[in-house]
Design a protein. Structure first.
Length: 354
């Protein structure tokens, strides 16, 4: 692996007290290219522009997938990566569906750890801080025929971050537009999934909502996701989250919370959830909590759900499952709670001397 360190770090000029999510980037990037049927040598170099011709295929046909990961600092100033092996497997699952060559494990894992070690100072250990990591791969061949590319570029960039949503989350149930349909790519982290969500989300934003709740594409009666999050409904003392399908992304935060909840004696159901079931639970006074989970947001309580003209206000709970599970998860992520699940791995700081 080639490593070219920056001669002009931007870290001292970065205001870490003001980090708008996803707009501040660390000093280095990793890049590796696929050409002539194989992946080449990886390179780490200073963050900056990449060359791209107007005929680059990703610009025309959207053949691109990505991952979302986080790194955290423990009290010993060591960097901890969260569920890196799962991210490696999921990006390749997404790549397979979009007919993108599989990324070799050594390129992904070794490149990831070398990059994080080099930019470890960008990962702050103060509460609520983390280093968001964005691996992605895109069609980089030059051709405008509607076909899969024969060249690809894999990259990793990182971004220091704090909270994703700075204020209360109020959502509206989407009853017209659809995020994903059966047989499609909804279970992948394909770039186009997110592009197609922006218009209905902006319509919701214009009405004062933070995000939308996506429903099934056939009848719009089953809850699937909320914005870019997996969604959770607490009815009485039971946590319910939609069971996975090819229209729902299987989030690692979702998976982690299922494990943590069950280990804490909380009943969890993975099943279909009717919008009307939530309305009825609220009417009966047994709707206790609604929250979303994801890599970027971790655990995000939802304050209200609007269905048509009906607004459901969700009161704060003293014994909030969301708060308890978030505290436990973040404790594992930052090393303050023992990780008995093998989710975190230390980044070897020696790599930064390469």
């Amino acid at each position: 692996m080639k490593i070219l360190k920056t001669s002009n770090s931007r870290i001292d000029s970065t205001d870490f007290s003001n980090l708008p999510f996803g707009r501040i980037f660390s000093d280095h990037i990793l890049i590796c290219r696929y050409k002539n049927g194989s992946w080449g040598e990886s390179e780490i170099r200073p963050y900056g522009p990449i060359d791209m011709m107007p005929g680059t295929q990703v610009l025309h046909y959207g053949q691109s997938v990505f991952e979302g990961m986080k790194a955290f600092k423990n009290s010993d100033d060591e960097v901890l990566l969260f569920r890196k092996e799962d991210s490696f497997r999921r990006i390749n699952k997404s790549a397979e569906r979009l007919y993108i060559p599989q990324i070799p494990k050594d390129i992904f894992i070794e490149g990831l750890e070398s990059l994080i070690a080099l930019d470890s100072d960008w990962c702050k250990k103060d509460e609520e801080y983390s280093l968001y990591i964005r691996p992605f791969v895109f069609a980089s061949g030059e051709c405008i025929k509607a076909s899969a590319s024969d060249e690809y570029t894999f990259m990793i960039i990182t971004s220091p971050t704090t909270r994703y949503y700075p204020s209360d989350i109020n959502v509206v149930v989407e009853q017209h537009y659809t995020r994903a349909s059966k047989g499609g790519v909804g279970y992948t982290k394909a770039a186009g999934n997110y592009a197609a969500s922006f218009y209905p989300t902006k319509l919701a934003n214009a009405k004062g909502f933070t995000q939308v709740i996506w429903t099934d594409s056939v009848d719009h009666k089953y809850i699937e996701e909320s914005g870019t999050m997996n969604i959770w409904i607490r009815i009485n003392d039971t946590l319910i989250t939609p069971d996975l399908s090819d229209t729902i992304l299987g989030g690692f935060t979702r998976d982690s919370l299922i494990t943590l909840a069950r280990d804490n004696g909380i009943k969890v159901e993975e099943r279909k959830i009717l919008v009307n079931e939530v309305i009825e639970a609220h009417s009966n006074g047994i709707l206790k909590e609604v929250f979303g989970t994801g890599t970027a947001v971790t655990v995000a309580p939802i304050k209200s759900i609007t269905v048509g003209d009906q607004k459901i206000e969700i009161e704060s709970q003293i014994n909030s499952y969301a708060s308890k599970l978030k505290k436990d998860l973040q404790g594992i992520q930052n090393g303050s709670i023992k990780d008995v699940y093998g989710w975190t791995t230390k980044v070897n700081s020696v790599m930064s001397s390469q």
